[in-house]
Structures are given as structure tokens and as C-alpha cells.
Design a protein around this ligand. Structure first.
Ligand SMILES: [Ca+2]
Length: 280
């Protein structure tokens, strides 16, 4: 579930619609949210980290996918009517190339495999494939889940999540599902797994509306470590999610520069993108 920004409008009808929407959101996520809220404290070990660098990030970018490839950042931007795919200069945050999505599509996870960029959409059950050189769309593909959120790849398969704790491994040629994996810790399922990144054989994942990224074993789905990145959010000047009814600007976006062993982190509508070093 992704919340869209809602324009301030004092018309009774609009307020009513917002209330209905809020109730709907709450109902949709109530089971997962209560499971998360009422959980005991997991014993999964914390991963320490240090901030190595800060870069500018477009505060209008509702980041749903982030990947680093051949010296450039590639980003998928969400929300209906504003979704796009873009190539971004790391140092300046400047958008070098972009392609808008049709207003009917809400951009989600993004990953690069075999010189193609794959981009998911939220509830449209459709993905797009782009030429990495010019960002021209070259093909589409279908997804089978009700929702699609984050995506990465393991060099052979696309891996995406759907808002639950399920990871789907997809053949990039046939788009057949090869296997699924349930993300869990020592207490049970961990839901609302969001943006993904494969780093040194582990899947790292954002969790929607939390400051955590999780380190996930790719064979078992077990979370073997977690990092609390609330300090990044605070440094970016973003208030915590808790207590805010509409809070789109959550931590979301992990990219890895394998050549130089750099990890990049940002969030939806954040004005900063961080390079961090994980202590693990
Ligand atoms: Ca990523």
C-alpha cells in the first residue's frame, strides 16, 4: 500500500473522500500492521553503519526503485500521473534522461539485467522493459500478483515483492515464476517488504514505513541482520512516520555500486541520497 499526496481541500465532499480512503488504507493493512505493532522484540542482530557521503536527491522524486549501474543511478518514480523512469547523475542529482509513464501507471521497483531495465507498476499487473542506453521502452511483461513493490535481480532472475513478506523469483525471458521465498525473522513473517537490492549474495530490503533495512538470506528467507537508518532520515530533515497520518516520505531506495563497494540510500521525496558503509 502506497499513500499518495493529497491536496489540501476544505470541501466537505473531499474531506469525506479522504476519510474513506484513510479507512480503506487502514483496513487493508490492519492485519499486517497489528502483527508488526504487537510483535515482541526480535533478536536479529543490528548492523552498524557509517555515513560516507551525502548527495543531492530530487525532493519531488517519489522513489520506488533505485539501482546503480555503470556510474549512474537509475530510479523509478511512483504515483499516478507523475511516474517516470530516470537516469540520474550521482554527484549533482541532476536527471540526465527520463521517460514518463502513462497516467494510468504507478511506477514501482526497478532493476537492470542484461542491459535491460525492468520496471514494475503498482496495481496494474504490468511491467516495462527499457533500453538502458536511451530509456526507450522496448517491451512489456505481465505480473500475477495484486500488487508489485520492490525489485532486484540475482544475475539470472528478477526478484520482486508484493507488499506482503513474499519474494517472487521470475525468469526474465518467459516471466514464469521460478520460486517464492517468505521473508521472516526469529518471530515469524516480516511484512511490507519494499525496495530491494542484491549485495554480496544477500537481499537487502526496505520495510514500508520503518527506518529499517533488512539483510535477507536468499535460500531461507531469514532476516540475518538489520540496520536502523533513522539517523539518515533525521539528517535529511524528514520527521518520523509514527503519529503522522499521511507520511509518504519514508525510507525507500537501496542501490549498490559493486565495482567500488558503495551502498546508496534514499527515501521518497528526500532531498538527500547517502552513501553508507555497513559494518557486516
Ligand atoms: Ca534497489
Amino acid at each position: 500500500m502506497k499513500q499518495q499526496k493529497k491536496l489540501v481541500n476544505f470541501g466537505c465532499l473531499y474531506v469525506f473522500i479522504i476519510v474513506i480512503n484513510a479507512c480503506s488504507d487502514t483496513k487493508t493493512n490492519s492485519s499486517n500492521a497489528s502483527l508488526q505493532t504487537n510483535r515482541a522484540i526480535s533478536t536479529v542482530k543490528y548492523i552498524n553503519y557509517e555515513i560516507i557521503n551525502e548527495y543531492p536527491h530530487d525532493p519531488n522524486a517519489f522513489t520506488e526503485g533505485l539501482e546503480f549501474y555503470d556510474g549512474k543511478l537509475y530510479e523509478s518514480i511512483g504515483e499516478y500521473r507523475t511516474s517516470d523512469i530516470r537516469k540520474v547523475d550521482l554527484n549533482t542529482g541532476k536527471v540526465l534522461q527520463s521517460q514518463k509513464l502513462d497516467a494510468a501507471y504507478f511506477g514501482e521497483g526497478l532493476t537492470i539485467l542484461n542491459n535491460n531495465i525492468y520496471q514494475l507498476t503498482y496495481r496494474e499487473r504490468k511491467g516495462f522493459i527499457y533500453n538502458i542506453t536511451n530509456l526507450k521502452q522496448v517491451a512489456t511483461f505481465n505480473t500475477t500478483t495484486n500488487e508489485a513493490w520492490g525489485m532486484t535481480n540475482n544475475g539470472r532472475q528478477l526478484i520482486y515483492d508484493d507488499g506482503s513478506n513474499m519474494l517472487h523469483f521470475i525468469d526474465p525471458n518467459t516471466f514464469a515464476e521460478i520460486k517464492t521465498l517468505k521473508v521472516h525473522d526469529d518471530l515469524g513473517p516480516v511484512y511490507e517488504i519494499n525496495e530491494l537490492e542484491m549485495i554480496n549474495g544477500f537481499i537487502y530490503a526496505n520495510q514500508w514505513k520503518t527506518d529499517f533495512i533488512y539483510k535477507i538470506d536468499t535460500l531461507s528467507g531469514a532476516i540475518v541482520g538489520k540496520a536502523d537508518l533513522s539517523n539518515l532520515r533525521q539528517t535529511a530533515g524528514i520527521p518520523p512516520v509514527s503519529g503522522r497520518r499521511h507520511s509518504p516520505d519514508v525510507l525507500n531506495g537501496i542501490a549498490y555500486d559493486a565495482k567500488n563497494n558503495r551502498i546508496f540510500i534514499t527515501g521518497k521525496n528526500w532531498n538527500k541520497l547517502f552513501e553508507i558503509k555497513l559494518d557486516n
